[in-house]
Design a protein around this ligand. Structure first.
Ligand SMILES: C[S@@+](CC[C@H](N)C(=O)[O-])C[C@H]1O[C@@H](n2cnc3c(N)ncnc32)[C@H](O)[C@@H]1O
Length: 360
């Protein structure tokens, strides 16, 4: 039983080839345990809630081919293999660490109990329950929703503490490995830079799993998390040991041309189409000339036509009101219009990462 993130890793520059290999072996062992644990958790939650039974289980696109399980399994395994290869190459330290069995069990029990409330919301089609629960007038309407039908939306510490379990169970333990495709691109892009000169912000850091990985990979850099949710930001700061800023991506509190690097993971599929260009322009504005953005989000249908059915089912089973429009958003073009040029990309399981650079 493991969890992602390790704030106290030593700088990768001081380590030897043998240490990298040991780290990679450790990553494989812990990732395997983690995959088994979260697959089990997901199976228990599904057994308790039976999400494929009832009115919302109707096939959405009866003509489309069912997702090929062997394709999925191969892609799932590949995510872990790429992660271990990057640890072996010294791009970042082993991201997995042991957590106490009691703590892991408590997290799992909380996740499974809450899965019933999630399922109730799903069956009722109620993705905005949170509007009646919190005084959230200061937040944009698109934000005041129970994304994923989660209890408390983005507004409670219980939700923030549970979030990582929900995504790891959903993706059978690959969430951390998928996010680290963005870390891999970033680590390659910044390999020759002195970390002490770097200011890096993880935009929409959520509950901080990637922020913790970022801090471990760049221990000497100034690494900051940013999120609109106070509750999620507090969890992220605690998990990673990084500093945090509460702000809306539409108005980033940073000067023009001031940051060396940004990461932004799983945000854009949750933004309405009219907000995406504003957010992209803000990310571009705050980057220094030559600065880089490591971006990761769901794969799109064009990346994996054989998984089209799965990508259609996703927003119906999890409240994702803007996912369909994300599927047809040309990200290269969206960021290209802000002056960010796509330089590299990498895919792991259901996530695609891209590296964009602002013209020097
Ligand atoms: C799907 S979660 C992803 C979190 C994290 N990056 C991860 O990989 O787990 C989306 C996050 O975006 C944040 N968010 C959504 N809209 C935002 C906005 N307009 N400005 C800043 N953060 C926002 C939410 O609070 C939430 O933490």
């Amino acid at each position: 039983m493991t969890q992602s993130g390790a704030g106290e890793a030593e700088p990768t520059t001081r380590r030897t080839g043998r240490a990298y290999r040991l780290d990679a072996g450790r990553t494989v062992a812990l990732s395997t345990a983690k995959a088994a644990w979260w697959t089990l958790n997901g199976a228990v939650a599904r057994a308790v809630t039976r999400p494929t039974q009832g009115p919302r289980a109707q096939p959405i696109a009866p003509g489309a081919p069912a997702p090929d399980r062997s394709v999925l399994r191969r892609a799932w395994k590949e995510a872990f293999a790429k992660d271990a290869a990057d640890v072996r190459a010294g791009l970042y330290p082993s991201p997995e660490r042991l957590t106490s069995p009691l703590r892991a069990l408590a997290t799992a029990i909380d996740f499974v109990i809450d899965a019933r409330a999630v399922d109730r919301r799903r069956r009722a089609g109620d993705g905005v329950e949170v509007r009646a629960e919190v005084d959230a007038a200061a937040y944009p309407a698109y934000y005041r929703q129970n994304f994923h039908y989660q209890s408390g939306g983005w507004f409670s510490s219980q939700s923030a503490n549970r979030y990582e379990a929900q995504v790891e169970a959903l993706f059978s333990g690959t969430a951390g490995a998928m996010r680290r495709r963005a870390l891999s691109l970033l680590a390659r892009a910044l390999r020759d830079r002195d970390q002490r000169d770097l200011a890096i912000v993880d935009v929409a850091c959520g509950s901080g799993a990637h922020l913790a990985d970022l801090k471990a990979a760049f221990p000497r850099a100034c690494v900051v998390g940013l999120d609109l949710s106070c509750a999620y930001l507090a969890t992220a700061m605690r998990r990673s040991g990084a500093a945090g800023v509460q702000a809306n991506v539409e108005r980033l509190p940073f000067a023009d041309n001031s940051l060396d690097a940004l990461s932004c993971i799983y945000l854009f599929h949750e933004l309405p189409p009219r907000i995406r260009p504003l957010a992209a322009a803000e990310l571009a504005r705050v980057l220094k000339p030559g600065g880089v953005l490591a971006f990761a989000d769901s794969i799109q249908r064009t990346d994996a036509p054989e998984l089209a059915r799965l990508l259609e089912l996703f927003p119906a089973f999890f409240h994702e009101p803007f996912y369909e429009s994300f599927q047809t958003t040309d990200l290269t073009d969206l960021f290209g219009k802000t002056g960010l040029v796509e330089e590299a990309s990498d895919t792991a399981f259901l996530t695609k990462a891209r590296l964009f650079r602002k013209a020097p």
